[in-house]
Design a protein around this ligand. Structure first.
Ligand SMILES: CC(C)(COP(=O)(O)OP(=O)(O)OC[C@H]1O[C@@H](n2cnc3c(N)ncnc32)[C@H](O)[C@@H]1OP(=O)(O)O)[C@@H](O)C(=O)NCCC(=O)NCCS
Length: 152
């Protein structure tokens, strides 16, 4: 993980992600979704870079004293190497810096890798959203856990 750093996303990064590496992220955000988050005053996206490679991103939204994780994704060639944790830890520190003491996210109940990562970081399951995600392959809706961590 040496030499990796986290910075705010810009238009060129979005272009690069969509043209070159969105497939390797396999988390299906399109241009509109990235732009919508960029244009929203309460939202912010950070990318994790190693040299010129974008390895992952996290998008968060601030609502009063809470932060919502809108999306987090690591390039699938670089998964399970600690980069997702690095992005989440950055977001947790950022939330403390801006006095948000409560972070919430939704995660597909079948997404064990992500659930394991959130558990390791101290998130707890606090509820469920029925039929929150649409699974294109199975043509069905799937439930989400709502997970939360409270800061000091
Ligand atoms: C979820 C995601 C962001 C995790 O990022 P990552 O860089 O792979 O995660 P890390 O390397 O930091 O792993 C942290 C912990 O998560 C769990 N985990 C991650 N990948 C795992 C895998 N392939 N198998 C089992 N557990 C895994 C483990 O508990 C791991 O801790 P460990 O290294 O001690 O085993 C990444 O898998 C991803 O981009 N997935 C697709 C998009 C997605 O599902 N986003 C979540 C939306 S809610």
């Amino acid at each position: 993980m040496e030499n990796s750093n986290i910075k705010l996303i810009n238009e060129d990064d979005i272009k690069y992600i969509l043209e070159h590496i969105n497939d390797t992220f396999s988390c299906s955000w399109n241009n509109e979704q990235f732009k919508k988050v960029m244009e929203c005053n309460s939202s912010i996206t950070f990318i994790l870079k190693k040299e010129n490679l974008i390895l992952g991103f996290i998008s968060i939204n601030k609502l009063f004293d809470s932060l919502d994780v809108l999306n987090i994704c690591v390039n699938n060639e670089y998964r399970h190497k600690g980069y997702g944790t690095k992005l989440m830890e950055y977001a947790i520190q950022y939330s403390k810096d801006i006095n948000c003491f409560n972070i919430t996210l939704e995660v597909n109940i079948h997404n064990t890798n992500a659930i394991n990562m959130y558990n390791k970081l101290g998130f707890k399951i606090v509820g469920q959203r029925k039929n929150y995600y649409f699974n294109k392959d199975k043509n069905t809706y799937e439930n989400a856990h709502i997970m939360n961590i409270k800061g000091d």
